[in-house]
Design a protein around this ligand. Structure first.
Ligand code: NAI
Length: 331
């Protein structure tokens, strides 16, 4: 049997936490042959609820689950973890200024970066889910300089999956038949869902999504807006955020990162920009990536038309602005 992998989930008493821990314990994230030890972190006001989650994990008797550490102590939570799913954060409440929310999250991510840097396993892979996800990941990267940049990512896979979902519905196709959509940029309403390189497998071979949909107007307007606003639409419908699909997407993100993407297929991940596609280096920006042997690399050489260029730059500009807001909160 393999050695257990230690997986940290912060904000584990919250909604996404409650959805994701059973997925991890069932092998959805790391595979059906990979034992796990779950590290669950939340804050003091949620300590009792967190303990309830731990009780349920014990009661579920998951064969792959070799242990549960449930704690409000960030050092204990980070000790020797191999994977860190950062779901905990400070939500925007009615009437709060953007700067106040940013300031709360900057201080949370600065502190948790330090704990991960000192106590996590040397090769720890980090996925930031909590919003503002890209900028929280950026703060984490800045304050954990010994963790390689390549190990710090943020979640845009939910947006990627939402884009696939819209295309599937439109074409009445199957998940396994559509691939290579792209989410560029920020996990926010400025993100750019791009289908220019996406393909569908049909009985007469691979076809471009654009060709099959044959409605550029829909692809360039409603499709983009639907994906961008999907989070808000779910909150409106459920009166709660999209926890199930976010948890599932986080599992997809880690599974593909660790176990690799299928040949000829890419996925979207928020990663450290190296300047690819003219995106300012140092931002955490969502790119199309392939993964192999636990390493992601940005897909190179895709043709970018003028429509895409504008949208990619607009979302980059928002991230530059968020970055400076985050820095202004540090002073
Ligand atoms: P929630 O409010 O149900 O849970 C958040 C949990 O984090 C709470 O239990 C809270 O006590 C905890 N927490 C707060 N500060 C903490 C700290 N310093 N350390 C550890 N835990 C802390 O929220 P939910 O629905 O689970 O969402 C979590 C985050 O994920 C939110 O920021 C949300 O905006 C974001 N999100 C991101 C998505 C993405 O695609 N990137 C999709 C959906 C949600």
């Amino acid at each position: 049997e393999k050695d257990p992998v230690r997986v940290l989930v912060t904000g584990a008493a919250g909604q996404i936490g409650y959805a994701i821990v059973p997925m991890i314990a069932r092998g959805v994230m790391l595979g059906l042959d990979q034992p796990v030890i779950l590290h669950l972190l939340d804050i003091e006001p949620a300590a009792e609820a967190l303990n309830g989650v731990k009780m349920e994990l014990i009661d579920a008797a998951f064969p792959l689950l070799k242990g549960v550490v449930a704690t409000t102590d960030v050092v204990e939570a980070c000790k020797d973890v191999n994977i860190a799913i950062m779901v905990g954060g400070f939500p925007r409440k009615e009437g709060m200024e953007r700067k106040d929310v940013m300031s709360k999250n900057v201080s949370i991510y600065k502190a948790q970066a330090a704990a991960l840097e000192q106590h996590a396993a040397a090769d720890c892979k980090v996925l930031v889910v909590a919003n503002p996800a890209n900028t929280n990941a950026l703060v984490l990267k800045e304050f954990a300089p010994s963790i390689p940049e390549k190990n710090i990512t943020c979640l845009t896979r939910l947006d990627h999956n939402r884009a696939l979902g819209q295309i599937l519905e439109r074409l009445n196709a199957h998940v396994s038949d559509v691939k290579n959509v792209i989410i560029w940029g920020n996990h926010s309403s400025t993100q750019y869902p791009d289908v220019n390189h996406a393909t569908v497998t049909t009985s007469s071979g691979g076809k471009l999504v654009r060709e099959l949909v044959a409605d550029d107007n829909w692809l360039n307007t409603d499709f983009i807006a639907t994906v961008q606003q999907r989070g808000a639409a779910i909150i409106k419908a459920r009166k709660l955020s999209s926890a199930l699909s976010a948890a599932s997407a986080a599992c997809d993100h880690i599974r593909d990162w660790v176990l690799g993407t299928p040949k000829g297929t890419w996925v979207s991940m928020g990663v450290y920009s190296d300047g690819s596609y003219g995106i300012q280096p140092g931002l955490i920006y969502s790119f199309p990536v392939t993964c192999e042997k636990g390493q992601w690399s940005i897909v190179q050489g895709l043709k970018i038309d003028e429509f895409s260029r504008k949208k990619m730059d607009a979302t980059a500009n928002e991230l530059i602005e968020e970055k400076s807001l985050a820095y202004s909160c540090l002073n």
